[in-house]
Structures are given as structure tokens and as C-alpha cells.
Design a protein around this ligand. Structure first.
Ligand code: FES
Length: 520
């Protein structure tokens, strides 16, 4: 049992199990107003994984810290942040050191772990750079490793083993914000981790940057208490308390049922589960899973654990309304009629967007929003590989096999990377990913829910009515600052593509946003 630590939030003492994330502990203690938007609206965590920047608070005097990425420590002092610039002091852990390796792996989810284990076993010196506090990415990151599936525990254990060389070195709480591709590849890092600012020089790089959730704007989506599906899952894993809260789970894709089941297990009352895909489409996808019976059993087990929640297909969120600065009701519709469901938590997102920004910065070709790779996961840039969701969202099994192929080939073991077994598995999971994407693609009504007054860019509070669909994304940036806030368009960029068909703008460092003080 982890011991409890005490954190002071705006002068109020709250306690949380050691290892909880600050965002989870604060939400569990009924803190609902984390920061104030540029136009004065209350905001609170959404993505739970450091993408949206909505959970920023001042921690021990340092402003604009993402509370979803910070572990609670005893005596920590937190102020929920008004929208102020704050004092930009260099972080105390800023160390301008640089390291070198044969293979750098960017991202510590299943693809990154598999790549690191495979490359290390083939004798390469490997460094893994990951934003999280502990290995596993969104899917395998948990305060209590015993709660993970056996396969995940095995992979995490293998990460610490000596392969052909030393075990992979793990740089936690570190983000690559810039990359220079030359004879060697230099990755510049930022992050709250103990090693602070620095750089990794690698002969070869495997990008395993994962995906982020697709959040589509609707009236009320900025209210505290409205979370992304994976955000809710991450915050629950981080220790968020939801006992007795009424939750509505909505959106699209295979994350709906596990999130609803996790909320239910944690003591929330799941009022409604709304999948936007028509039932016929979802059923056709499920019927195609005959070759993956474990997935069908898993879905059935999640459904059975929901204890009476209403589950509907062809149903989506129309809008959300709040009381006292937080979500209180959600308006659902099936296109023919609309109705209201009371809730304290609304979890809504629509699948995933491959995180391709770093690959684009490094010059890799991106086609249909995915990094283009060959059978060995090689990108179009020499010495750069890509594995997992950036090459197309297909789930954990696809990420593992692609990570292995990339890691082996990056370490010089092309023969094993080309093995028929790995190539067959990769192709099979890729086909699964295509079917998944097609079955749960958001319908037009969901993609265009924003009304004139809906905030589209959460960071800069840019409303739909300020945007002219005839603009390019560059014009929109110049006229309104959309995509130029702290998240650097990680949230509103995909919303703009959905609403207006705008293609993403040029990627420049810093990728994903960081503190100016950390750029060095
Ligand atoms: S939502 Fe962050 S820049 Fe627009």
C-alpha cells in the first residue's frame, strides 16, 4: 500500500497516495477550477497525458506546470492559476548535458518498449525518451504494475534486462522538442525529469510517438468535468476518485467500454454510454473479429460490468451545460430526437490522431495523416524508423510487432526484422487497424457540431464565428492565433481539419509546446 502524502492547494491541505498524479489528486479532492482561460473561463484537465495544457497550475512557485504529468510529493505547494504570465525562472533541474547512443527510441508505450528491447537484445546501446513518469505509455502506465495484464508486465520486465548489451537507458518525463538530422541525429529534450534539458545524439532513431485523442468541439466542451475518454482512463490510473459521481461516456471506438467499465469499477454511476457509430456498422466490425476471440470476450466482459447503464449506438453528444462552473448535464441525440442526461463527468472523444509532428519536423513523408514506412518500418528519411500509432492507429498488438521490427532493423539485424512471422503478424494487425478506423470514423454530424459561439481553440479561446472556412490554416493563425497556444494546435488542429478541411501547417520547434525558460 503506498503511503499518503500531503499537498497544499490554494492553502487547503489534501492527501493522496504517493505516486498519484497531481491532477488526479486535485480532481479527487473536488478541485474543479485549475486555470483560467484567456477570456476568463474556468478550465480543468481534459487529456490526462500532457497534450491539452488545460491542467496547468503553479507548483512550488513555478507557473504553468501540467499537473497531469507531475507526481504528488509530500509538502508540495500548489496554486490554481489565474491567467498570468508568471515569473519565467529557469527550472531547478535544468542540466544541459548530452548523451549518445546507437539507437534512440522516442516514446515509451508498447511500440517504444518493443523497439528498445529488440534493439538492445541485438547489441545496440539504447536510450528511450518518454514523457511519462514510468514506462508503458498511456496503455500500460499504472501506479500499480500488478494491475497490468501479464503480457504488459513481461514486456516491462524485459526492458530492465541486459540483452546483447546494457539494458536500455530510460529518460523519464522528457520530451523531444527539436531534432536535427545529419550524420548523427540530435534530439533536443525538455522536461521536468531529473535530467532536465539536454540532448541525445543517436546514430539511428525509432519514432514511437503514439497518438492523441481526437477531440471535436461542441457547445460546453470546455466546461470542467468534460474529459477525453483516454484522459479519464489516465486520471483514474493516476488515482482520481470518482465514487458516487454520475458519468456519461460518449464518442466512438473501442475505448468507450473499457472507460465506462473502469469508471464503474471505481464507484461512479455510469448513466449512459453513447457510441456514435450505427449499430450495423459496429456489429459488422465485431463479426470480423472471429479471428481475435479474446477481443470479443473482453468487450463482453466490459459490457457485463456496467451494471445497468444504458448503452446506445448511433447516439452522440449534442452539447453540455454547466452549473457553478462545471458540467451538470449533457444533451444527447440520435439525429431524430434529443434528450438530457444529468452528469458530473462527461467523457467524450472520437478515436485517435497519429502523433506525426516530430516525424514531419525530421522530414519524413506523411500520407493520409500517417508516417509512410516500408516493410521494415523505415521512413523516407535515412536512419529514422517509425512504429505504432504514428503509422496508423491499430492498437497494442500492432504496436508491439512494429516496434520489434523497427528495433531489430535499427540495430542492424535486418534478417530477423524481415522474418516471415513478424511480417505476417504486422500485415494482419495493419488490416485490423484499417477496419477499426473505417468502422468508427466520426459521422459528419459529429464533425460539425460547433455552433458560431463554440470555442474551437481552447488555448486562445478562438470561437467558430471568428474563423472563415475559405482561409488557409496560415491565414487563420495570423488573424486569430488559433493553433498558436501552449498546446501548439495539438487539440484545435484536428478540430480545424474536421470542421474546415484545413491541412496541418508547417511544423516548427518546439514540437508540442514547452516553457520558454527550458529552451536554453
Ligand atoms: S487548443 Fe491549443 S493551440 Fe488551439
Amino acid at each position: 500500500m503506498p503511503r499518503d502524502v500531503t499537498v497544499t492547494v490554494d492553502g487547503r491541505r489534501i492527501s493522496a497516495p504517493e505516486g498519484s498524479t497531481l491532477a488526479s489528486a486535485m480532481l479527487g479532492a473536488e478541485v474543479t477550477h485549475f486555470r483560467t482561460s484567456v477570456t476568463g473561463a474556468p478550465r480543468a484537465p481534459v487529456c490526462g497525458m500532457g497534450v491539452c495544457f488545460e491542467c496547468r497550475v503553479t507548483v512550488d512557485g513555478r507557473p504553468h506546470q501540467r499537473s497531469c504529468l507531475i507526481p504528488c510529493t509530500d509538502g508540495m505547494r500548489v496554486e490554481t492559476s489565474p491567467n498570468e504570465i508568471g515569473a519565467w525562472a529557469p527550472p531547478p533541474d535544468a542540466v544541459h548535458e548530452s548523451r549518445s547512443c546507437d539507437v534512440a527510441v522516442v516514446g515509451g508505450g508498447p511500440a517504444g518498449i518493443a523497439a528498445a528491447v529488440a534493439a538492445s537484445a541485438a547489441g545496440a546501446r539504447v536510450i528511450v525518451i518518454d514523457q511519462g513518469m514510468r514506462p508503458g505509455g498511456q496503455i500500460w502506465r499504472h501506479r500499480d504494475p500488478a494491475a497490468l495484464p501479464k503480457a504488459a508486465r513481461n514486456w516491462l520486465a524485459r526492458l530492465g534486462e541486459k540483452g546483447g548489451g546494457a539494458p536500455p537507458e530510460w529518460l523519464a518525463r522528457s520530451t523531444v522538442f527539436d531534432a536535427r538530422v545529419g550524420e548523427d541525429i540530435v534530439l533536443r529534450l525538455t522536461g521536468e525529469g531529473a535530467r532536465g534539458c539536454g540532448a541525445v545524439r543517436a546514430r539511428r532513431v525509432v519514432l514511437a510517438t503514439g497518438a492523441r485523442e481526437l477531440l471535436l468541439p461542441f457547445d460546453g466542451w470546455t466546461l470542467p468535468g468534460v474529459l477525453a475518454l483516454g484522459g479519464a482512463q489516465a486520471l483514474l490510473k493516476g488515482g482520481m476518485v470518482v465514487r458516487g459521481k454520475r458519468a456519461v461516456v460518449a464518442g466512438s471506438g473501442p475505448l468507450l467500454l473499457p472507460v465506462a467499465a473502469a469508471l464503474s469499477r471505481a464507484g461512479a454511476r455510469v448513466m449512459f454510454v453513447a457510441e456514435q457509430a450505427p449499430i450495423a456498422q459496429a456489429a459488422a466490425f465485431a463479426a470480423g473479429l472471429w479471428s481475435h476471440p479474446a477481443k470479443l470476450w473482453q468487450a463482453a466482459a466490459y459490457g457485463a460490468s456496467l451494471r445497468g447503464a444504458t448503452v446506445r449506438f448511433g447516439t452522440w453528444v449534442r452539447s453540455a451545460e454547466g452549473d457553478q462552473g462545471r458540467v451538470a448535464r449533457v444533451r444527447l441525440t440520435n439525429g431524430r430526437r434529443a434528450w438530457t442526461v444529468p452528469c458530473d463527468l462527461l467523457c467524450a472523444s472520437y478515436g485517435f490522431v497519429p502523433a506525426v509532428e516530430l516525424a514531419r519536423l525530421m522530414g519524413c513523408d506523411v500520407e493520409r495523416g500517417r508516417v509512410a514506412v516500408d516493410a521494415l518500418q523505415r521512413t523516407t528519411v535515412p536512419n529514422v524508423w517509425c512504429a505504432g500509432e504514428p503509422t496508423g492507429v491499430a492498437g497494442e498488438a500492432a504496436a508491439l510487432v512494429e516496434g520489434r521490427i523497427a528495433g531489430l532493423d535499427a540495430a542492424g539485424d535486418e534478417a530477423r526484422a524481415r522474418s516471415a512471422r513478424l511480417q505476417r503478424a504486422r500485415d494482419g494487425w495493419r488490416r485490423f487497424g484499417e477496419r477499426l478506423t473505417d468502422a468508427f470514423r466520426p459521422r459528419d454530424e459529429v464533425r460539425r457540431l460547433a455552433s458560431d459561439s463554440t470555442v474551437v481553440c481552447r488555448c486562445e479561446d478562438v470561437r467558430r464565428e471568428s474563423l472563415d472556412p475559405s482561409w488557409s490554416v496560415r491565414q487563420a493563425k495570423l488573424y486569430t492565433r488559433i493553433t498558436m497556444g501552449p498546446c501548439q494546435g495539438m487539440v484545435c488542429g484536428a478540430a480545424c481539419t474536421s470542421l474546415f478541411g484545413w491541412s496541418p501547417g508547417t511544423v516548427r520547434p518546439p514540437v508540442g509546446g514547452t516553457e520558454v525558460a527550458r529552451l536554453g
